[in-house]
Design a protein around this ligand. Structure first.
Ligand SMILES: [Zn+2]
Length: 248
């Protein structure tokens, strides 16, 4: 038996050029993953973001119609901070995203367009560990992303993507990396990208101001530093962003 709390995490693979990150909401990537993305874009890798919703149900005091464009703007700004200029939205409905073939098809189409070797998503499991229940949108999008990585490579699944959109199969996804997983296997040094990840999360200012009374800068820095340090004992003492890596 190995001890899951002390077993060392492996370095994430480095032999790839293009990644596509697929998540449910604006801010999902900024809560912990953006430090890794900053490091990757520094190395000249291309990362694109695909969001299933515009996060329009995310701020109690702002109605969805007004909230959607605001959160889209915040997401584009926060992506730019970590070197990501391609941000796409699928317009599924925030809070009630349904796992199913519609969602799988939309994600598979994006994978065929972007042709990534690495796909990134957020925790698809029921909890964040212990009894902290995950949200239905994260579960649906995470699971659909893991599935769509294979769908994208099969011409007979969603054949309309070829006949209607000219999207030929892409069988080049080698890994799906799940951020925020309760069972991480791999990690990336968060150090080089940590400051920019704080700035990136801070771009979700309206969302954060609706969330906490704390000073936004202080809130972002404390949260992300603590997250990265929690992983350090399993990554040679280095603050880290962790992933559960599924090979294909
Ligand atoms: Zn979310």
């Amino acid at each position: 038996m190995t001890d899951q709390k002390t077993e060392q995490l492996e370095e994430m693979p480095a032999d790839w050029q293009r990644a596509l990150a697929v998540v449910a909401h604006p801010d999902d990537l900024e809560y912990g993953c953006a430090a890794a993305i900053a490091g990757w874009t520094d190395q000249g890798r291309e990362v694109a973001y695909l969001l299933a919703t515009r996060g329009e149900a995310g701020i109690d005091g702002i109605a969805p119609a007004e909230c959607a464009p605001l959160r889209e703007r915040e997401q584009r700004a926060s992506a730019a901070v970590v070197g990501v200029s391609v941000v796409e939205f699928l317009d599924h409905k925030d809070g009630v995203v349904e796992y199913g073939t519609g969602l799988r098809r939309d994600i598979a189409a994006a994978i065929r367009r972007h042709r990534p070797e690495l796909v990134i998503t957020l925790n698809h499991r029921d909890t964040w560990g212990g009894t902290a229940w995950n949200t239905p949108d994260h579960r649906a999008v995470g699971r659909a992303t893991l599935d769509a990585a294979a769908d994208a490579g099969n011409r007979w699944i969603f054949p309309e993507l070829i006949s209607e959109q000219g999207l030929e199969p892409w069988d080049g996804v080698r890994w799906v990396a799940v951020a925020g997983s309760t069972s991480p296997t791999h990690a990336v040094d968060a150090g080089p990208g940590l400051e920019r990840s704080v700035a990136s999360l801070l771009e979700h200012r309206m969302y954060i101001e609706g969330l906490t009374e704390q000073d936004p800068q202080e809130y972002c820095r404390t949260f992300l530093t603590r997250m990265a340090e929690m992983a350090a004992p399993r990554f040679g003492g280095r603050p880290a962003v962790t992933f559960e890596l599924f090979g294909r």
